[in-house]
Design a protein around this ligand. Structure first.
Ligand SMILES: *Cc1c(COP(=O)(O)O)cnc(C)c1O
Length: 413
């Protein structure tokens, strides 16, 4: 293992499957479709159910193909274990529902994915208090801490206006106050950023985005980073306080959050994601390179009043992004001149696809106020920096000349 950890990110992902026993020596983990597993010795099935022996019980909880993917995510995040889910939202909701209880307080970034925001509102209906604060400033998180605060939740690069949470200082604050620090690492992916480096407790990834990359599969994962002392956390039930206390939360999330809700990742989907994951570093490098060039071009255009991209020196958290991330990712947002009809603008572009979704190989573009942030309402949108002419671009791996020429023709043609 010590020689393995010295190997690079991509080498480890490509060769990870072969480190476990693999049928016929195949170079990647086969797709297992059985949902039930037979045992020759009745004692053994009891041991598997009681968790004293590794093994498979029923497909809702695990599957060898999914385990292989979980191991890849754990490697990427430098964590101690991961659980895969059917979607990123399933992973987020499982973490919140299993680690928080009625009367607890959660501090969440004000700049978060729309559906996560919606889910946190549902949590409030169940008696969990939620404060939404500006997470670009850790002092605002500190000011929101109450005696019943249990958890802090932030994203790395916020969608759509690319605010970057004060990850390092929030991590330090959470360690001081013994708060669970959950980072949604979807926008950066574990290739660009490792939440373990800022003291995060759990990292969540939507596997549907950059990790799969092909836009043809949904998935999510939670990774335990081994830095939180769960033996001091009130909400772990006695049944799961077994063995190394670093794994207690993950066991609880798996049993209560995956087994009991059934948000299981299908083995076929796990396979597709694992194939995508093999090229994560190549895609993220190309996407980040394209995005920086496109952002630089867009920032020089008269018809664009604002460009949000952490790679631009004028971005308020540019220095923070440069320090924390390997590159600046593929998310760019622009505010068009109010005189321009954003729908007409989008209709004239030929290369980007008018579509939701992020981290795809193809460049995708969407008017956010009218679509993904519509349900949030104008007030909350304004507080997030979104106006009616805000357009989000998820930059893909196309030839950059084609992207720049297309925007140039549409803006100036
Ligand atoms: C897409 C996304 C999610 C949800 O992931 P799904 O796989 O679509 O459920 C969560 N967080 C962020 C930051 C996302 O971009």
């Amino acid at each position: 293992m010590s020689t393995e950890t010295k190997r690079g990110f991509t080498t480890q992902i490509l060769h990870g499957d072969r480190q476990s026993t693999i049928e016929h020596g195949s170079n990647c983990k086969p797709i297992h479709t059985a949902i039930a597993y037979g045992y020759k010795d009745a004692r053994e099935i009891a041991e598997v159910f009681q968790g004293t022996k590794p093994g498979y019980s029923y497909g809702r909880q695990n599957n060898p193909t999914t385990t292989a993917l979980e191991n890849k995510i754990t490697t990427m995040e430098q964590g101690t274990g991961s659980i895969a889910f059917s979607t990123g939202m399933a992973a987020i909701s499982a973490v919140m529902m299993t680690l928080l209880r009625q009367g607890d307080h959660l501090i969440a970034s004000r700049f978060i994915f729309g559906n996560t925001n919606s889910f946190l509102n549902t949590l409030m209906n169940f008696g969990i208090e939620v404060s939404f604060v500006d997470a670009t400033d850790s002092t605002q998180i500190a000011a929101a801490v109450q005696p019943n605060t249990k958890m802090v939740f932030v994203e790395t690069i916020a969608n759509p206006c690319t605010q970057i949470a004060d990850l390092k200082n929030i991590g330090q604050l959470c360690q001081e106050k013994q708060l669970v620090f959950v980072v949604d690492n979807t926008m950066t992916s574990p290739y660009l950023f490792k939440p373990i480096k800022v003291g995060a407790s759990l990292s969540i990834n939507s596997l549907s985005k950059c990790i799969a990359g092909h836009g043809d599969v949904l998935g999510g994962a939670v990774t335990e980073l081994g830095q939180f002392d769960w033996s001091r956390y009130d909400n772990i039930i006695d049944t799961y306080k077994k063995g190394d206390s670093r794994n207690w939360a993950l066991t609880q999330i798996k049993k209560k959050g995956l087994r009991d809700t059934g948000a299981t990742l299908d083995s076929m989907a796990a396979h597709h994601i694992a194939i995508g994951a093999e090229t994560l570093s190549l895609r993220m490098s190309k996407i980040s390179d394209n995005a920086l060039k496109l952002a630089q071009f867009l920032s020089q255009q008269d018809k664009i009043v604002k460009v949000f991209y952490p790679g631009l020196p004028e971005h308020p958290e540019h220095e923070r992004a440069a320090e924390l991330f390997m590159a600046y990712g593929g998310l760019i947002s622009i505010n068009l001149d109010p005189a321009i009809d954003c729908f007409e603008f989008l209709n004239q572009l030929q290369v980007p696809i008018i579509s939701s979704h992020l981290g795809d190989n193809r460049t995708l573009i969407i008017p956010v106020a009218h679509t993904i942030f519509y349900e949030m309402g104008p007030e909350r949108r304004a507080s997030m920096g979104i106006d009616d002419n805000t357009i989000r671009i998820s930059v893909g791996i196309e030839d950059i000349e084609d992207l720049i020429n297309d925007f140039d023709r549409t803006l100036n043609g």
